[in-house]
Write a protein that binds this ligand. Structure first.
Ligand code: BG6
Length: 532
C-alpha cells in the first residue's frame, strides 16, 4: 500500500479554508484470487463438432476466428475429432488454406504458434471453394460433413462471417442441401447451430426482417447472435460481482447510485474499413450492441438461475424499461462527433456526417433505477483505449461535516469495472490522512485479474465459439433484446441521418466538448481520458 499524497484538507475543528482541489491518489491492494469453482456447472468439453466458416478468407476469420480456434486447441478445450471447414470463393487446397491463415494466427494468437502445434491445427482444416449461390458449393460441403460424421463429428456449427445481405441465400441453400434442419434440441441428438455476426441488421425494420427470415429456417435455440463483448471475462464478471457478493446488491439502486457512465474509447481509427464504417457509424457499430448489452448486465434484476433463458429474460426486461428517446432527448441528451481527418480516410465521403463518436443519456423507468442517468459514450481515435463502467455513488449528507468546504472535499465513492485493458475492479473512496487535522484524500483500491488470478484471460471469441459448440446460448443475444436495442437507438439514427450536425473533434482528445456539456447538465462528469 502507498500513502495518499497531496491530501485535501477537510473541515476539522478549525475554521475552514477555501475549498482546495481534491487530489486523487491510488493505493493498490494486494489481492489473491483463490479459485473456488464453477458456479454455472458448464460442461467442460463440447461434443466433437464440425465448424463451417462462410467467409473463411475474410478479415474476421483471420483476425479472430482462426486464432480463437487455434488457442482452443492448445488449451484442449475441444473434443477430437474437430473439423474446421472454410467456405469462400476461390480454389484453395486445405494446405493452402492453412498457409493463408498462418500469418494471421501468428499475428493475433494470444499463445505462441509453435510449428508442431500449427501442424496439428492445420490437420483439422479443410476448404470448400465456390460461390455462395452455387449448388456445387453446398454439395461439396455436404460430402465433407457426411464423411466427418462417419468419424464421429456429427454436430455442426455454421458461422456466417459474411455481409448480412447473403444470410438468406446461404441459409436457403443449407436447408435445400439438408445441411441444416429446424429442430428442437434434444439431448444426445446431433445438433446444427448457426452463428450470425453483427451488425445484425442496420435498423429496426431490417433487424426484424432478418430475425423473421432466420426464424423461418431455424428454431431460436439454434440461432447464436454474436456480440463479442459478452464473451469478455470482465463483462461476464459483472454478474458474478453483483450476484455472487451480498455487499453490492443492497446498494445497487437509485437510493445509493447517483449516476453511471459506460465508456468504450478506442485510440485506433477505422483501420481501413471506410466503406463499412460509412454505412455503420459508431451507434450501430458499438452502442446498439456492445454498450447496451453491458448496460443491461449492470442494470438487470436478479435472474432465477444462471440458465441462458433466465439471464436473457432479465436483460430483455430491463431493456424494455429503458425510456424511449424522443426528439427532445436526441437534441439535448445525445451528442455526435467525428474525428478530424475521418473524411480523408479511404472510402469515406468528403462531406461525411457519419459519427465516429457518440454520447447519450438513457433513463430507466424501473423501481430500481428511476431517476438515475446512464451515460453511454463510445468513439474512435480518442486519447486512450479503455472500456469501463463507473458507478458513481451518492454524496454523503453533510451533517457531520458542516463546514462549507466539505461539499467539495468529500467526493462520492466510485466503483469502476474495468472491462479492458488492465482488466479489474477498483473502488475510490475518501480516507483520513494521518495527522492532527481531519485531512482527507481520495484513495483507490484496485484488483486486477492479472495480479489476482495469474492466468491468461482468453479471448472473447474462444469463449463464445466454445459455448456455441456446447449449446450454451447464455452469452448470445436473443431475438427480443436485439429488437429492443434497435428500437432504443432508432430515433437517434433517424434524426441524425436526417439532419447534419456532427461535432468535429481532435484525434487523441476525449471527443467533442458537447459531450461534456451533455453530462455536465446533470451536474456530472465523465471519467477523464488520458493519453498514454
Ligand atoms: C467491433 C467493432 O464490434 O468492436 C469495431 O466493429 C471495434 O469497430 C471493436 O473496434 C472493439 O472491440 P474490442 O474487443 O477491441 O473492444
Amino acid at each position: 500500500m502507498t500513502e495518499p499524497q497531496k491530501p485535501a484538507t477537510a473541515p476539522a475543528t478549525a475554521a475552514p479554508a477555501a475549498a482546495p482541489p481534491v487530489a486523487t491518489t491510488s493505493l493498490v491492494s494486494s489481492v489473491t484470487g483463490e479459485i473456488l469453482g464453477d458456479i454455472a456447472n458448464r460442461r467442460r468439453r463440447p461434443d466433437p463438432t464440425a465448424i463451417v466458416i462462410f467467409g473463411a478468407t475474410g478479415d474476421l476469420a483471420g483476425r479472430k476466428l482462426a486464432p480463437a480456434l487455434f488457442n482452443m486447441m492448445l488449451d484442449h478445450a475441444m473434443t477430437e475429432p474437430t473439423l474446421i471447414i472454410g467456405v469462400s470463393r476461390g480454389e484453395l487446397s486445405p494446405a493452402q488454406f492453412a498457409d493463408h491463415l498462418r500469418p494471421r494466427v501468428t499475428e493475433f494468437s494470444r499463445q505462441k504458434v509453435e510449428p508442431a502445434m500449427w501442424d496439428k491445427f492445420a490437420s483439422t482444416l479443410d476448404f470448400v471453394g465456390g460461390d455462395f449461390d452455387s449448388d456445387a458449393t453446398y454439395a461439396a460441403l455436404k460430402l465433407r460433413l457426411d464423411a466427418a460424421a462417419t468419424r464421429g463429428t456429427r454436430n455442426r456449427v455454421f458461422y456466417l462471417s459474411t455481409p448480412p445481405a447473403v444470410f438468406p441465400l446461404v441459409l436457403q441453400k443449407l436447408e435445400q442441401h439438408a445441411l441444416i434442419e429446424r429442430a428442437v434440441q434434444t439431448p444426445g441428438k446431433p445438433s446444427c447451430r448457426v452463428i450470425v455476426e453483427k451488425p445484425f441488421g442496420r435498423d429496426l425494420a431490417s433487424a426484424r426482417q432478418l430475425n423473421e427470415m432466420i426464424g423461418g429456417y431455424l428454431d431460436e435455440s439454434q440461432i447464436y447472435r454474436i456480440d463479442h463483448y459478452l464473451g469478455k471475462e470482465t463483462v461476464q464478471n459483472i454478474l458474478v460481482l453483483r450476484f455472487g457478493n451480498s455487499i453490492f446488491e443492497p446498494i445497487w439502486n437509485r437510493n445509493h447510485v447517483d449516476y453511471v457512465e459506460i465508456t468504450a474509447a478506442e485510440s485506433i481509427g477505422i483501420e481501413g474499413r471506410g466503406a463499412f464504417y460509412e454505412a455503420t457509424g459508431v451507434v450501430r457499430d458499438v452502442i446498439q450492441n456492445h454498450l447496451l448489452q453491458v448496460m443491461s448486465l449492470v442494470t438487470m434484476e436478479v435472474p432465477a438461475s444462471f440458465s441462458a433463458d433466465d439471464i436473457r429474460d432479465e436483460k430483455s426486461q430491463v431493456l424494455r424499461s429503458v425510456r424511449n428517446l424522443d426528439l427532445n432527448d436526441v437534441a439535448n441528451h445525445c451528442v455526435r462527433g467525428q474525428y478530424r481527418g475521418y473524411r480523408q480516410e479511404d472510402g469515406v465521403a468528403p462531406n461525411s456526417q457519419t459519427p465516429t463518436f457518440a454520447a447519450m443519456r438513457f433513463m430507466i423507468d424501473s423501481w430500481r433505477w428511476q431517476g438515475v442517468p446512464f451515460y453511454l459514450r463510445a468513439g474512435k481515435r480518442l486519447a486512450e483505449r479503455l472500456t469501463e463502467v463507473n458507478i458513481h455513488f451518492r454524496a454523503v449528507p453533510l451533517v457531520l461535516f458542516k463546514e462549507e468546504a466539505a461539499g467539495s472535499v468529500l467526493q462520492p465513492a466510485v466503483l469502476t469495472l474495468r472491462i479492458q485493458p488492465h482488466e479489474g475492479i477498483s473502488l475510490r473512496f475518501v480516507a483520513k490522512v494521518p495527522g492532527e487535522n481531519i485531512n482527507v484524500g481520495n484513495v483507490v483500491m484496485t484488483m486486477t485479474y492479472a495480479d489476482a488470478f495469474k492466468r491468461p484471460i482468453s479471448e472473447a471469441y474462444e469463449r463464445l465459439l466454445l459455448d456455441c459448440m456446447r449449446g450454451d446460448a447464455t452469452l448470445f443475444n436473443r431475438r427480443d433484446s436485439v429488437d429492443r436495442a434497435w428500437e432504443l437507438i432508432q430515433p437517434v439514427l433517424q434524426i441524425w441521418e436526417a439532419t447534419p450536425g456532427v461535432h468535429i473533434y481532435e484525434p487523441g482528445s476525449a471527443g467533442p466538448a458537447a459531450a461534456n456539456d451533455l453530462i455536465g447538465r446533470g451536474g456530472h462528469t465523465w471519467r477523464e481520458l488520458c493519453r498514454s
